[in-house]
Design a protein around this ligand. Structure first.
Ligand code: GLV
Length: 321
């Protein structure tokens, strides 16, 4: 049976698939396949192992052929796959919800909170450019975390870990989730607020929800206007959740003090207007980029394929299959 891998992934996953006896055809480059290349590449595949920027819709599924059994996404998010089209064709879809990945994203988020409030990235750039004229009491005045309110939107695995870490640094943590989670509230001493009240009360807002039709532009102009003057926004979830045009405006007008954006609305593009703003930290979607995490994701993606092609239940199915 044939497995196609759309981009370079850690070797461990490929080895697992080969050891399981499959023919593995990889696109060993770091380059995204064009639509036409993708249609050609997937032909005859029993399994497609793909990445977040590969749009896998009905056309690609049909180009693969009727034997296609599973689309295994290398990633926690899977908004790049048309689940309805897969369901119609009886194709399984899986993701890689590695526990290590959640830990990595939560740690990265806390790193961004520190970097923003302490102005570490701005200070780094200043020092590199040779602007440091000696110690002064009032350059790059930052803020302490203790006593500030962190508002977490979405209290899944990552949101909970961020809450736990942030509480340890003396932040008051409030959260919003569609379904209130009494158990986690108690466990991490969190306060539940409506989305509007969270936006009004938080000094730092961090988004941890998946991208769906409902969550697209969850943070738009209206929501940003509800935020405190001088608040910070952090997005390590998915770019489309924050309306970047509204974010740019609010930063330019000084409504928000800063933002840290790891996931971008039009990936792989990074908003040029955000690039021009000093109080923004921009990273290239690397919150979960840790060697152990990437290996674990490769392991999970391969495992899902091995199980599916051996007619067993893959551990990480998504959608309602
Ligand atoms: C990365 O963003 C992922 O979804 O795994």
């Amino acid at each position: 049976m044939k497995v196609v891998v759309t981009r370079k992934i850690p070797r461990l996953g490929i080895d697992m698939l080969e050891d399981a006896g499959f023919e593995v055809v990889g696109n060993e480059s770091e380059k995204l396949l064009s639509r036409e290349q993708m249609k050609e590449f997937v032909k005859g595949a029993d399994a497609i192992l793909c990445l977040l920027l590969d749009k896998i819709d009905a056309e690609i599924m049909d180009a693969a052929g009727k034997q296609l059994k599973i689309i295994a996404n290398y990633g926690v998010g899977f908004e790049n796959i048309d689940l309805a089209a897969a369901r119609q064709r009886n194709i399984l879809v899986s993701n890689t919800p590695s526990l290590l990945s959640g830990q990595a994203v939560a740690e990265f988020t806390v790193g961004l909170i520190f970097s923003l409030l302490k102005r570490i990235v701005e200070g780094d750039e200043f020092a590199r450019k040779g602007n440091f004229g000696g110690w002064k009491p009032e350059i790059f005045l930052g803020q302490n975390l203790t006593g500030k309110t962190l508002g977490i939107i979405g209290l899944g695995g990552i949101g909970c870990l961020v809450a736990k870490m942030a509480s340890a640094f003396g932040l008051r943590v409030v959260y919003y989730k569609r379904n209130r989670d009494g158990e986690m509230e108690k466990k991490y001493r969190l306060e539940y607020l409506s989305l509007e009240n969270l936006l009004r009360e938080a000094d730092i807002v961090s988004v941890h929800v998946p991208l769906t039709k409902e969550s697209r532009h969850l943070i738009g102009d209206r929501e940003i206007q509800l935020m405190k003057d001088g608040a910070f926004l952090i997005n390590t979830s998915r770019g489309g959740i924050v309306d970047e045009a509204a974010l740019v405006e609010s930063l330019k007008k000084g409504k928000l003090a800063g933002a840290a954006i790891d996931t971008h609305e039009y990936e792989p593009e990074v908003n040029p207007e955000l690039c021009g703003l000093p109080n923004v930290i921009l990273t290239p979607h690397i919150a979960s980029s840790v060697k152990e995490v990437r290996d674990d994701m490769a392991r999970l993606a391969a495992l899902n394929i091995i199980e599916a092609l051996n007619n067993r239940q893959p551990p990480n199915l998504v959608g309602d299959k």
